[in-house]
Write a protein that binds this ligand. Structure first.
Ligand code: ADE
Length: 425
């Protein structure tokens, strides 16, 4: 008789990296007090007992703390990477070796492996999907409609994922509830702004070791992420130019003190370019032609579509890895353009993503979103739901408490005043 090979319940780089991962996950946990409190409650209440859950997230120390919290609550959780370049291999190893969580994620995996992992995640027959960019949900809807009856709902982390879910809803193909984690105030005010602001520059600095003071930094997109990047670049002494397609945001950027202009003007001035728009080909062929020799381009938007690398490749006669995650394209014109992290999320490709203190609130929202879906199973019509305001506020209260900050409360007279319409001038 031929023995059947035991199927490995993971696909990671190297399981022996687990001890390093454990130390780093615990270090991140120190900065995640809100998630820790939830995990402690979940360990007692077991709200997710037996629940088949798939998380498609960046496999970082912060995501590990989320996965551990969900598992403590009884979830049968499986984790895959939401980006081929963002996985921290030691973290993946620790989750498998120390927590028994199946992980399918390898830093640098190719697109085929990425999509194979999405299929493996769907083979887990999830009832809940935690998505970061909507790839698992989109694949489920496109290719596995027979699994739709299993689905209780999904939670979505990113602006990009929410845009995709809205398009699905409009097309009439979203047949289950989706929690909009991104729109929670305790998520996007902090994660998108301060998280992206700091981690994007961290990625650029780690990759290039360049001085930002005195450089002209072009930030494409002035949403919450762009605001954070522009603010932090200014703080480091850069001259910041913002490009936008939205008139209101362009005014905001101008009144925040930034120069605003179209990309074909900014292209001539920038030393460093950072795209955070969520749209494709924001930097494209005609812009590369206008750039200074040695210009550095990077992206911190969810997908690697914001910089048209194919167009850049067509202009180049040589591409050389000059530092880790840093490629120098020598153009036929004689100039060079430097690309960080293959145009993928520079904060996760070349650094470690957002710091734990902001992911604490983002992932508290994720956990609460999952809890909300489970508690309301069968009661929510297909659609996109906000995290309830009270729960968002509760996350903020817990975070403040952990930060040792106290705030005022309304007096009786103030309460009465703001609830009345009779008293005026
Ligand atoms: N997205 C941005 N930063 C992240 C992090 N540190 N962990 C997980 N997802 C992220």
């Amino acid at each position: 008789m031929v023995a059947t090979p035991v199927q490995q319940k993971y696909d990671i780089k190297d399981i022996s990296l687990a001890p390093i991962g454990k130390q780093r996950i615990e270090w991140a946990g120190r900065e995640m007090p809100v998630l820790r409190q939830l995990a402690e409650r979940y360990a007692i209440e077991k709200p997710f007992a037996g629940l088949r859950l798939v998380a498609c997230c960046h496999v970082t120390t912060e995501t590990a703390n989320l996965a551990i919290a969900l598992k403590a609550g009884g979830a049968d959780a499986l984790l895959i990477a939401s980006n081929p370049l963002s996985t921290q291999d030691d973290v993946a190893a620790c989750l498998v070796a120390d927590y028994g969580i199946p992980v399918y994620a390898i830093k640098g995996e190719d697109n085929d492996t990425y999509h194979r992992h999405v299929q493996i995640a769907l083979d887990h027959k999830p009832q809940i999907i935690i998505d970061d960019g909507c790839d698992v949900v989109a694949t489920l809807v496109k290719e596995r409609s027979h699994q739709l009856p299993d689905i209780i709902g999904t939670t979505e982390e990113t602006t990009t994922g929410i845009v995709r879910l809205q398009a699905m809803l409009k097309a009439g193909v979203l047949s289950f509830p989706a929690m909009n984690v991104n729109d929670a105030e305790t998520k996007h005010f902090f994660d998108n702004r301060y998280g992206t602001g700091q981690s994007t520059l961290d990625g650029i600095i780690r990759a290039t070791n360049i001085l930002l003071a005195g450089k002209t930094v072009v930030v494409a997109g002035y949403g919450w992420c762009g605001k954070g990047v522009a603010m932090r670049a200014k703080g480091l002494g850069s001259n910041v130019i913002v490009t936008e397609i939205n008139a209101v945001r362009a005014i905001e950027a101008a009144m925040d003190g930034f120069r605003v202009m179209p990309m074909d003007e900014a292209a001539k001035e920038g030393d460093i370019f950072i795209t955070v728009t969520g749209n494709k080909h924001v930097i494209r062929a005609e812009h590369f032609d206008l750039m200074k020799d040695g210009a550095i381009v990077s992206n911190s938007g969810h997908f690697d579509i914001e910089i048209d690398l194919q167009a850049l490749g067509a202009k180049a006669d040589n591409v050389k890895e000059v530092r880790n995650f840093t490629q120098q394209y020598r153009l036929k014109s004689g100039k060079s353009v430097v690309v960080i992290g293959e145009g993928r999320l520079v904060n996760l490709a070349a650094a470690e993503g957002h710091p734990s203190a902001v992911m604490d609130m983002s992932f508290a929202n994720q956990a609460i979103g999952v809890e909300y879906l489970v508690k309301n199973k069968g009661k929510l019509a297909p659609g996109i739901y906000s995290i309830p305001y009270e729960l968002d506020q509760e996350i903020a209260r817990l975070k403040l408490q952990a930060m040792g900050i106290e705030i005022d409360t309304l007096t009786e007279a103030q309460l009465e005043y703001i609830n009345s319409w009779t008293s005026g001038t």
